[in-house]
Design a protein around this ligand. Structure first.
Ligand code: 6PG
Length: 261
């Protein structure tokens, strides 16, 4: 009987200006690779500091990764009792609304792992005044350890990338991109639903690690703009001051001809 010689696919970094990028063949590998990277980062944070402060990304891309992270392969591998969950941004809709980033993470991950309810910190979407909601969420971030500029310091912030280069709810041309002091701001976004809260760039760039998940041909030009560090693209402005920046991208998002990678 011939042994199966098919080599198990291994993620590999791409020697690019976007170092370090992990390129995966498609959605399934994206979910697995991202879940493994997130789990390893959580475990390293807990081993070093007894806690992991994690901000989840919204949108559609992370859903499959959250499902894997909440599945049998990881559920007992991650020290969930030491993890504190927040969101990189949130839509100001009810927490049970299908458009809610909280609702998506609950269904895909949080309802399937043994994380204490008091350690899940949804944005105060019930507050009708966006500015007051932003202030209230910023107060919740006050529980995090601080960096040398006295900013709350996440262990890991997950981010997606919009086709226009937005990330979290930081959209091109929005004055919030110039925010230097506030940790959370209310914004009116071009992507529905419009009313949102977002972590600001100073807060994101204070993180010990930031992981972008980028999938699909529609993100190609935005990703190329990030690779060029085009300042008009909000995601280009995510440059952790003293932290790791990593991208997990699928081949569709990276090149014109996926077969060449
Ligand atoms: C949101 C997200 C947003 C998202 C990008 C990519 O609340 O919509 O935070 O920044 O990550 O728009 O979204 P997809 O993953 O759905 O392409």
């Amino acid at each position: 009987m011939t042994r199966c010689t098919k080599k198990r696919w291994q993620p590999r970094p791409v020697a690019e200006a976007l170092q370090p990028v992990i390129v995966v063949p498609g959605p399934e590998a994206m979910a697995e690779t991202a879940a493994r990277w997130i789990a390893d980062t959580i475990k390293a944070s807990v081993a070093a500091r007894a806690r992991c402060f994690l901000a989840l990304a919204g949108g559609e891309t992370p859903r499959a990764c959250y499902r894997v992270l909440g599945g049998p392969g990881f559920r007992n591998d991650v020290p969930w009792s030491a993890v504190e969950i927040y969101w990189s941004d949130e839509r100001l809709v009810p927490l049970d609304d299908p458009a809610s980033n909280y609702a998506m993470a609950r269904a895909a991950l949080l309802d399937h792992v043994p994380i204490p309810a008091r350690q899940i910190h949804p944005a105060p979407v019930e507050q009708p005044d966006g500015a007051l909601a932003a202030e209230a969420y910023a107060r919740e971030l006050g529980a995090l350890p601080r960096d040398t500029s006295d900013r709350p310091r996440f262990d890991l912030i997950l981010l997606g990338l919009g086709e226009d280069g937005h990330t979290a709810s930081l959209f091109p041309g929005d004055p919030v991109l110039l925010e230097e002091r506030a940790w959370v701001r209310a914004v009116r976004a071009s992507k529905p639903p419009p009313d949102r809260l977002t972590l600001t760039l100073p807060l994101i760039n204070a993180s010990r690690a930031v992981l972008f998940l980028v999938q699909g041909a529609a993100k190609r030009s935005a990703l190329q703009a990030v690779r060029r560090r085009d300042p008009r693209v909000p995601a280009s402005l995510v440059q952790p001051v003293d932290g790791e920046l990593r991208f997990i991208v699928d081949r569709e998002a990276l090149v014109e001809d996926p077969a060449t990678v």
